[in-house]
Each structure stands twice: as C-alpha cells, then as structure tokens.
Design a protein around this ligand. Structure first.
Ligand SMILES: Cc1cc2nc3c(=O)[nH]c(=O)nc-3n(C[C@H](O)[C@H](O)[C@H](O)COP(=O)(O)OP(=O)(O)OC[C@H]3O[C@@H](n4cnc5c(N)ncnc54)[C@H](O)[C@@H]3O)c2cc1C
Length: 460
C-alpha cells in the first residue's frame, strides 16, 4: 500500500459525495487555509448527485419547493436565483421556459438540482481556483485505520491517505440484493429493463419511492397492472398548491408522546378551520422536530416508530401536486391497486412470480401472479446487517456502533461518532441519513444544509 499526503495543514476526508458530502466540502472550502487538504471520496463518477439527484427522469421532481432547496442556510433564495439565471435551453428542460414561473414554489426535476450542486462544486474548484485544497477521489472507501501514526483512510485500490478527520457522508445504506424476479434496488434502471408493457408488477411500499417507480413505468408506456403493497396502504399526501406557513404559539414538548400527538391534532383542526389546512400542523413542527426527538426517551422513540411512523412519513414527506395527479389518475383508472398487507411466501416460476399476500386484519390471503417484484419499501438502516465493506470494518474494529433503535450509526448531538465502548470519537464524524437515530429529521436538504455548515465550522 502507498502512503500519500503531506504533513502540513489539516487533512479531512469526506466519504461520500452526495448532497451532504459535497456541501460539506463547499463549506470547508469557504473556510480553509491554502495548505489544508480536503479529500472528497465517491465510489461513483457522479460527484454532487448522490442517489436522489442522479435520476435522469425529468418527471422525478423534488419533493420540496425550490424556495426551500438553497444549498446555503444564510442565502435562502440562492437556488431560486440560480434557476432564474439558467440559460433558456436549460430552463426549457425544467418544463417551463418562462423565467417568471420559476419561483420559490416550483417543484423542479431532481436532476436539475444535481446540476446545481455540481456547478457549485465546479465553481469552487475551477473558477475560484481551490483545486489545491480539494482532491476528488473516485473510489470506494473501504477502511479507516488507527495506528501510532494516527488516522488513515484506505481506498479499494489499496491507497492509504493519512488524515486528521474523517466524515462519513455515505447516505442511506444500500438496498437488499436482487434475486430472480425480485429487484431490491428500485434505483437501478435495470429493474425495468426488458419488462413487457402489459406485464403485471408488484411494488413493495407505497411511499415516495413507489411513486418514482410508477412514474418511470408510466413514462415508458406501461399498461399492465401495478399492485402496490404496504401494511396500511397509506400514500404520501400532496403538497398544497400554495404553502401556508404555521407557527406553534406554545412550543411543543417531546417528553410525552401522547400529549404531543394531542397537541398536533388540535393544531391540525385549528389550521383546517383557518384555511391553512391540516398540513400546516406538520410543517409548523419542522423547526422543533430534532429537539422533540431528542427530548423523547428511548421507549417513547420506539413507540413513535412502532405506531406513528407510517402516519408521520406520509404527512411529512409529501409529493408535488402534478406528480400526485398522475398517480391518482392511474388509481382511478384501475391500473394501480393499493393492497394493505404483508408479503408472504413467493415462488418464482419461469417468467413469473407467485406472491402470497397476508391481507391486513382478518381479511385472509391473496395470491398475485406478477412478472416482477420491485422493493420500494425504503432503505435499510440496521448497520449490522449490511455487506458494505467500510461499515463492516468500522463495526468490526469498534470505531462505530449502531444506534439503539438501529436507524443508523450512533452519534452525539454534534455529529461525532460514538464507538463501541460508548466514547465520543473527536476525529470521526457522520452526517446525513445515517445519523437519524440522534436527529430523526436529518434526511432532507433544509436540515442537511444546516448540519453541513455547522460541521464545517467545528472542523475548521
Ligand atoms: C429518491 C430520493 C429523492 C429525494 N428527494 C428529495 C427532495 O426532493 N428534497 C430533499 O430535500 N431531499 C430529498 N431526498 C433526501 C435526500 O436523502 C437528501 O436530499 C440528500 O440527497 C442526502 O444526501 P447524502 O449525501 O446524505 O446521501 P446520498 O445522496 O445518498 O450520497 C451518499 C454518497 O456516498 C457515496 N458512498 C457511500 N459509501 C461510500 C464509500 N464507502 N466510498 C465512497 N463513496 C461512498 C454514494 O455513492 C453516494 O453518492 C431524496 C432522497 C431520495 C433517496
């Protein structure tokens, strides 16, 4: 193995260049000295996009309005201004070349957002000349080592980089492996390859990933039946045509889940009466959510996950109105059928799968014959059940441990990783969805951008 890197300046490795890793790099570049080195490591070629913004489908829209998607918390209209300054041909890509219509309430294609992050990175490196600070490493990080020389990062090719800090910005854990007829990774375009347009398909899950998959099917002219299975059959709610901001007069407390639920329900009723709509009760919680989660005891958090999470997910993670209209039309036409239940045993025959579904409550069983099962039930979060090299190495060496609810990795409220013995590791940090156990509301841009700015400030 080769040891690379000089000893002057601070050396920070960011593992993962999706939104979180890329934005953290940008914030570090704003603050670093000429001799500092930031290694941004990404196993894909697509720096700046991550899973969410790599989609090539222009109908996969952001589920957050443009006005809330600025990369910088201190410049809230940064993204909207960027959109409005796009050349006409790129504005046309968004579907509405009229610049006056590209405002804060627009839901733009996710790939356009990926262009935005990539452009920000490119500007810092090429236009502002910070290529001597930022090193883009296209490879998989496979291990972090600690020895008498300190911390070092190992890449799959075998190179080692001595570093002072490492940040895990690896996004959601990878999905389950596919088997014949079963596609564990709904983001892999291959899951629709070769599918006959009239073939029946079963989608596991009825959340936003189910919606993306249905859009991809409809866009390629799919006419076959689409079954969608989830425990409660709940679909994401739709965003209001015009958002109605809401502020909780009495700041809610997370110490008692039942009281909190009662308070939210009361606010929802009031908001409904005033015309703001029930969604306002959830939106108004946003500035409080991380605190509420941290105020909850562990058993209360577990209760929330067991009983309330499905409701929370559909109210909190909503779809753009134009997206939901297509889904509702396909349901009304009978092409999509939502089934409440759990998947039972599945038998793969030559070209089809026979899937037994245990229907919710006492409704018995049902047999579905489908060409494909596509798993859109959400990312895995139990670190101990993954086959990802880096996470396994970190677990095995005791440098990280899963959080108590198995939502990701255990970190303290500053984002420092907690090791197997329960000690805070001051040179190992995590950001993004894997820190859900500590923050809960930490998967979307409005929260991640704050976390990135704060971590950059602490690191430099
Ligand atoms: C389909 C989808 C749509 C979404 N839409 C929105 C939206 O509209 N608005 C919003 O605010 N949020 C949205 N989100 C939430 C989204 O999670 C965040 O906005 C954000 O993209 C998360 O970024 P991340 O960098 O933490 O994770 P990711 O984007 O997943 O990036 C992690 C990166 O780390 C890399 N990586 C992982 N392990 C290694 C390793 N060992 N070595 C090297 N590289 C590695 C991966 O290849 C990946 O590129 C969406 C999420 C998904 C999945």
């Amino acid at each position: 193995m080769t040891a690379i890197g000089d000893q002057s300046g601070r050396r920070i490795a960011i593992i993962g260049a999706g939104f979180s890793g890329s934005l953290l790099a940008l914030h570090l570049l704003r603050r670093c000295r000429p001799e500092d080195r930031i290694y941004l490591v990404e196993r894909n070629q697509n720096f700046g996009r991550g899973l969410a913004y790599a989609t090539g489908n222009p109908n996969h829209l952001l589920n957050v309005r443009a006005g809330n998607m600025s990369a910088f918390p201190d410049e809230p209209d940064h993204f909207v201004r960027w959109l409005q300054n796009l050349p006409a041909d790129q504005r046309a890509e968004i579907g509405d070349p009229n610049v006056a219509n590209l405002g804060a309430s627009t839901f733009v294609p996710r790939r356009v957002y990926g262009n935005y992050i990539q452009e920000l990175l490119g500007d810092k490196i090429w236009r502002e000349g910070q290529s001597h600070n930022l090193f883009l490493l296209t490879d998989e990080a496979v291990a972090l080592h600690r020895d008498s020389d300190g911390l070092s990062l190992e890449l799959a090719v075998g190179r080692r980089y001595p570093i002072d800090h490492a940040v895990l910005a690896v996004g959601n854990f990878p999905p389950t492996a596919s088997t014949p007829g079963y596609f564990g990774d709904p983001w892999n375009p291959a899951c629709l390859d070769g599918l006959a347009p009239d073939a029946p398909v079963l989608i596991l899950g009825t959340g936003l990933t189910f919606i993306d998959t249905v859009l991809s099917l409809l866009d390629r002219g799919h006419t076959g039946k689409i079954y969608a299975l989830s425990r409660r059959g709940l679909l994401p709610r739709v965003h209001a045509a015009v958002p109605a901001p809401w502020k909780y007069e009495a700041p809610p407390s997370g110490r008692n889940l039942v009281k909190l639920l009662r308070q939210v329900r009361t606010i929802a009723r009031i908001a409904e009466k005033t015309g703001a709509g029930r969604r306002a009760a959830i939106d108004g919680l946003r500035p409080h959510t991380q605190r509420l989660w941290q105020e909850m005891s562990l058993p209360e958090r577990a209760r929330f996950l067991r009983h309330l999470r499905p409701w929370w997910d559909v109210h909190r993670h909503r779809a753009a109105p134009q997206v939901m209209a297509r889904i509702e039309a396909a349901i009304a036409a009978g092409q999509i059928e939502i089934i409440k239940g759990r998947i039972g045993e599945t038998t793969r025959l030559d070209e089809t799968s026979v899937v037994h579904v245990n229907l919710r409550g006492d409704s018995g069983r049902r047999e579905l014959v489908v060409d494909r099962v596509i798993d859109c039930s959400g990312p895995r979060s139990d670190a101990t059940r993954l086959d990802q090299k880096l996470i396994q190495q970190l677990l095995a060496s005791g440098q990280v441990r899963p959080d108590p609810l198995r939502l990701g990795l255990d970190v303290d409220p500053a984002g420092n990783v907690i090791d197997r013995q329960g000690h805070v590791t001051p040179d190992l940090h995590a950001i993004g969805p894997i820190t859900k156990g500590t923050f809960w509301e930490i998967i979307a841009v409005p929260d991640l951008r704050i976390a990135c700015a704060a971590l950059a400030e602490r690191l430099l």
